[in-house]
Design a protein around this ligand. Structure first.
Ligand SMILES: CC(=O)N[C@H](C=O)[C@@H](O)[C@H](O)[C@H](O)COP(=O)(O)O
Length: 223
């Protein structure tokens, strides 16, 4: 299944309750648009959205559940509870925060990866630094990604993809590296795939968040 994603674009179709497009139906149509546009996979958030998307398109899914807990800053598939929700879908890949931050209830990322494997799914590590990517590979993740670069207080916050991080991960890790986060333009996608040699790349907001796209246009005409 991973082969199907090699060198390809994965489109993230997500809208949280506070976003204008929050709706499983709308996310399923976003996924259909992505399929018709040539995407090879979909990244999606919540059991409800994924079930709706899977009724509409037959593409590999990277599933996540975003949830906030009081005792941790981790919000992407933070605990076993969210993994159990994703196991009720056919998400081939389950992505979770693999940063070095403390998880809710003191759960350990290693145990969560083992649980995902015991349920015959692949585990993808959403990381923010090279060290976290390295550790994720050691722990046994099947895929690592740069999703959280710029979203932890200690990682580089760049407006655009972190090419150096992607390249370093590709050069030094054996597992597939998926470039994700802040890929805003087609030429940036091309660069992460053809120059940094990421295994695949995820584009979200630049395709599926019209509010974000509008803001980018408006910013350009403001003095
Ligand atoms: C940091 C975080 O919570 N990222 C989330 C992870 O699933 C999504 O909100 C992003 O849209 C996704 O990573 C794709 O990135 P971008 O939308 O920049 O193409």
């Amino acid at each position: 299944m991973l082969e199907e994603l090699k060198g390809k674009l994965i489109v993230s179709c997500q809208a949280l309750p506070d976003e204008p497009l929050h709706s499983s139906f709308i996310m399923s149509r976003m996924a259909l648009a992505a399929l018709e546009g040539g995407a090879a996979g979909i990244r999606a958030q919540s059991k409800e959205d994924i079930l709706e998307i899977q009724k509409t398109v037959d593409l590999p899914i990277i599933g996540i559940v975003k949830r906030n807990y009081d005792d941790s800053d981790i919000y992407i598939t933070p605990t076993k509870k969210e993994i159990d929700e994703l196991l009720e879908t056919r998400s081939e890949i389950i992505a979770l925060d693999a940063t070095c931050r403390k998880r809710p209830h003191g759960e350990k990322v290693k145990d969560l990866v083992a649980y995902i494997h015991a349920n015959n799914r692949l585990a993808m590590a959403d990381c923010s630094t090279f060290e976290e990517c390295l550790e994720a590979e050691k722990i046994g993740f099947d895929i690592v990604s740069t999703t959280l670069c710029g979203y932890t207080p200690y990682s580089a916050n760049i407006d655009g993809p972190n090419y150096d991080l992607i390249k370093k991960c590709v050069d030094e890790l054996d597992v597939p590296v998926i470039a994700e986060g802040k890929i805003h333009y087609p030429n940036e996608l091309k660069k992460v795939l053809k120059e940094c040699h990421a295994y695949a790349a995820v584009v979200g907001g630049a395709i599926t968040r019209p509010k974000e796209i509008t803001e980018r246009f408006v910013k350009e005409i403001q003095d």
